[in-house]
Each structure stands twice: as C-alpha cells, then as structure tokens.
Design a protein around this ligand. Structure first.
Ligand SMILES: NC(=O)c1ccc[n+]([C@@H]2O[C@H](COP(=O)([O-])OP(=O)(O)OC[C@H]3O[C@@H](n4cnc5c(N)ncnc54)[C@H](OP(=O)(O)O)[C@@H]3O)[C@@H](O)[C@H]2O)c1
Length: 248
C-alpha cells in the first residue's frame, strides 16, 4: 500500500510511518521539518518526503501533482498533523493559538482530505484515517478550542462515511487519550519541560507505537469492515465526576 502520513516528523506520525514500513508499505511523509523527514527516510525502506506546511494548499497541490509514479495511488491517508496550544481558561487564551489550532487541526485536515479523496473514489479503494482525540468527546478545563477542533474531526469523519456510501472507501477516526513520548505536550506547554514531566509522571500513558498499531489494525482489516471510531486510553486513565461549583 501507499500510505500518506501528515505530521510524520515526530510522535505518532513517525511511529505510524515505521509501523507500515516494517511490513513493506510505501510511505509519503509530510511535515515542516525537512531534516527530521530525511532522518525518517534513512530509517525506513521506501519513503518519499514532502517538506511542507500542511496549511499551504498551493504547496500541497504542487507536491501531490509531482509524486513519483509508484507513489501516486494513495491507499491510506493518515490525517495526523495537529496540535494543542495552551491549557489556559478561554478568557485567558492567546487568540493566535486558537487560530493556529483551527488552521492545522480543521482547515488543513479538510484540505488534504479534499485533495486525496477523489482519486480514492475513482479507484473505489482507499482509507482515510483521522487523528481525533478523547478531547473531542469529553470536555475538560483548558480544552476549549483544541477539544472543539477534535469534535469537528470526529464528525467530519462520520459525515465522510455518509457521503462515501457505496464507494468502498473507508474512514476511521482514532481517538487517543493520554499519550507520552511525542512532542505534543512540549508544543502545548511551549517548551516547558517541567510541566511535561509532571503531566506524564508515573502515568503509564499510551505510546506512539500503540497508536501506530491501532492505525495499522484498522487499515489492514478485511475490506468489508469499517471501524468508524476507535477510542483508546491508557488503563491508568478514566473518568472523574462532573464538576459542581458551590457557593460558600
Ligand atoms: N499526544 C497526545 O496525547 C495526543 C492524544 C490524542 C490525539 N493526539 C493527536 O495526534 C496527532 C499527533 O500528535 P503527536 O502526539 O504525535 O504530536 P507531535 O509529536 O507534536 O507531532 C505532531 C506532528 O505534526 C506536525 N505538524 C504540526 N503542525 C504542522 C504543520 N503546520 N504542517 C505540517 N506538519 C505539522 C509536526 O511536524 P513539524 O513540526 O515538523 O511540522 C509533527 O510531525 C495530533 O493531531 C494530536 O492532536 C495526540
């Protein structure tokens, strides 16, 4: 298969690339950091890199128009590039952070999907995977725009399923919970390593390889099976009671 992964320079995306490469699949790896993509390319067998901002629609169009012959038929698109910025309450957030999350998590994800989907429908074969999050389903303080962007992703994936009836193209939204060993929290906390360490301390969180295994599983099931949504958490993570604020 040809597997196109956005955000393949780090974290989940990189692990997903390695998981598919391990079984001989061809990888198209997109991210902004070219040197990281080059190091991935050195690690795995067949990998074509696209050093590009996923928000750059013109750049994407150009790169996809000039894919090498044997990378042109994309079998799996993994819409993984995404980010959270900040964990402050909504009244204290930087608006630019909100805009960036909307640009990458929503606008760019729809842009890549819009570019890749027609060829899948034409071939009556393909799989769109989105990286949602439990944050798209369960509200939490400071989740504001990040969680809302992942709720968009979940509903977009389900609506794609509705539109793609009869096309044989599959769609799956993967919704991970707490996951360590990626750059996600370092980005969210803007380089504050102490905050990152205290978040994951003794948590036994999910790892990028766990997410990669989930993506690999849903996309290699027999063609008549479509996993619509897949929510996974570390066993250590569960639910807290609803919050009731009381007057003194
Ligand atoms: N880690 C978690 O706890 C968690 C839980 C649930 C869901 N998720 C979701 O899973 C996905 C991957 O997260 P992760 O933990 O692997 O995070 P990560 O380690 O920070 O990786 C994010 C990837 O996205 C790329 N990216 C970010 N902005 C981009 C842009 N404008 N253009 C192109 N590429 C861009 C980054 O590459 P460059 O910086 O090189 O561009 C990087 O490869 C995200 O959608 C995230 O929301 C994460």
């Amino acid at each position: 298969m040809v597997v196109f992964i956005t955000g393949a320079s780090a974290g989940f995306g990189r692990a997903i690339a390695k998981r598919f490469a391990q079984d001989g699949h061809k990888i198209i790896a997109l991210a902004r950091r070219k040197e990281r993509l080059e190091s991935l390319q050195e690690e795995i067998q067949e990998c074509f890199i696209i050093p590009c901002d996923v928000c750059d629609r013109k750049g994407l169009e150009h790169h996809l128009a000039f894919l090498p012959q044997d990378y042109q038929n994309i079998d799996v698109l993994v819409n993984n590039a995404g980010l959270a910025l900040g964990l402050e309450g909504a009244d204290k957030c930087d608006f630019a952070d909100w805009v960036q999350m909307i640009e990458v998590n929503i606008k760019a994800l729809t842009s890549v999907t819009h570019l890749v989907l027609p060829q899948m429908v034409e071939r009556r074969s393909g799989h769109i995977v989105t990286l949602g999050s439990i944050a798209g389903k369960y509200p939490y303080p400071g989740g504001n725009v990040y969680g809302a962007s992942k709720a968009f992703v979940r509903q977009f994936a389900l609506n794609l399923r509705a539109d793609l009836a009869g096309t044989c193209v599959r769609v799956t939204d993967i919704q991970p919970g707490l996951s360590s060993d990626s750059e996600f929290s370092l980005v969210r906390f803007k380089g504050d390593v102490q905050k990152v360490e205290s978040l994951y301390k003794n948590s036994n969180a999910l790892k990028p390889e766990d997410i990669a295994e989930a993506v690999y599983w849903v996309t290699t099931l027999p063609k008549h099976i479509n996993i619509n949504t897949l929510e996974l958490m570390p066993t250590s993570q569960s639910f807290a009671p609803l919050n009731v604020w009381r007057e003194d």
